[in-house]
Design a protein around this ligand. Structure first.
Ligand SMILES: Cc1ncc(C[n+]2csc(CCOP(=O)(O)OP(=O)(O)O)c2C)c(N)n1
Length: 380
């Protein structure tokens, strides 16, 4: 069957909110401006520094995977503004439900490197205590974290608290049933949840235009949820948009949906080869909209960032990368049986059975090693 590849036809009809253009110019937006009036030089520098640091984390982790130190890594390259802007808009007691790609968000929320890297090295099931960070652990099942976030937000509403839940999701996830069910429940119960969709244009090899004939943010409106499209490579606009949604959630306004229009510069994961499905021109077009360089230009033009300050930020990022590498390389190998730890709150019969099967499986290798040694011994 031939598949139809749409360009999202309604794209032009939807306003994409922006505060800093790709060439570093500050522009005005009636809806977003009021949400960033407090953002002074220090706050802008802090956003910039965090983007430089999370990019450095990403580059280091990608290199570690290529060197055989990590089993897998999902690059966030290109999505730094979406990750940094959104997490800066959250309070520490707001609960974050991420996908697998929010490693920058996890770092900024306070997750430590042995935890962040342990999962990708294959050494740990859980890299942090969700209740210590108010952040769930990475979710690989596409879209299911939106159900968790909505359920959690319904609980917040029942308890009358002024916090909120935020679910990160990709453009591909909006094709999943779980996401649609979440939006129905969120709208029906006016749950204080933010659906923060990073439209990075690809769901592995599937382009967004194949999945949605209208802008992704337009989908939310069908459920009665306001949908906002924001430039996902503009950290200031992302900060403002998420603050807009957070204020709605905290003041009883219910759910919001934000489509942060960004681009995945790297592969989907280190197991993927994007040259097989996407062209170089597209990559070049998005490189010109890079989130880091636009804020750097903006800051430099306004006299807020000189070479010494830039060098200081880069040195800080290098130190973080060294810490990451150290934590990863010096991580002790886990005892194999600990693979069953931290899965369920309490043991149960299925887990007991699996544990026993695995114990026997490991023991079978010990037997084989013995036989091998005998063979070697008899040959000599
Ligand atoms: C329920 C489910 N179906 C399929 C997959 C396989 N899968 C892993 S990532 C992915 C694409 C997700 O794309 P998107 O939601 O746009 O997020 P992105 O990775 O681009 O950030 C798919 C289909 C999965 N993990 N879970």
């Amino acid at each position: 069957m031939t598949q139809t590849r749409h360009e999202p036809t309604g794209q032009a009809a939807m306003k994409m909110h922006q505060l800093i253009t790709a060439d570093g110019t500050r522009v005005h937006d009636e809806l977003l401006d009021p949400f960033v009036q407090d953002v002074d030089r220090d706050a802008l520098i802090s956003l910039y520094r965090d983007m430089v640091v999370v990019r450095r984390i990403d580059v280091e982790a990608t290199a570690l995977q290529r060197q055989g130190q990590l089993a897998l890594w999902p690059p966030m390259l290109g999505q730094e503004a979406s990750q940094v802007g959104s997490v800066h808009a959250m309070d520490q007691d707001d609960f974050i439900f991420p996908t697998y790609r929010e490693n920058g968000v996890a770092y900024l929320r306070g997750a430590k490197f042995p935890g962040i890297m342990g999962t990708w090295r294959g050494n740990m099931n859980t890299g942090w205590d969700p209740y210590q960070l108010n952040m769930a652990t990475p979710q690989i099942i596409i879209g299911s974290q939106t159900l968790h976030a909505t359920g959690y937000a319904m609980g917040i509403a029942m308890e009358g608290r002024e916090t909120l839940a935020i679910a990160y999701l990709g453009d591909g996830a909006t094709s999943q049933g779980d996401v649609h069910e979440s939006m129905v429940f969120a709208a029906s119960f006016q749950a204080p949840v933010i659906f923060f969709c990073q439209n990075n244009h690809w769901a592995i090899s599937e382009p967004v235009g194949l999945q949605s004939a209208v802008p992704i943010a337009g989908r939310a409106q069908g459920y009665g949820i306001p949908g906002l499209q924001v430039d996902g490579n503009d950290v200031l606009a992302v900060l403002a948009a998420v603050r807009w949604a957070a204020r709605r959630a905290r003041t009883g306004g219910g759910p919001s949906f934000i489509e942060a229009v960004t681009y995945r510069m790297g592969p989907h994961t280190t197991a993927d080869d994007p040259t097989r499905y996407r062209g170089v021109t597209e990559l070049e077009e998005w490189a010109a909209k890079d989130p880091l360089s636009r804020l750097r230009t903006h800051l430099a033009n306004a006299g807020m960032l000189d070479d010494a300050a830039q060098a200081g930020i880069e040195a800080e990022a290098d130190a973080v990368a060294a810490e990451l590498r150290d934590a990863c390389i010096n991580m002790p190998d886990p005892e194999p049986m600990t693979v069953f730890d931290d899965i369920y709150a309490e043991d149960h019969s299925v887990l007991d059975r699996e544990r026993e099967q695995y114990r026997r499986y490991l023991a079978s290798f010990e037997g084989q090693l013995g036989a091998g040694q005998q063979v070697q011994g008899s040959a000599s």
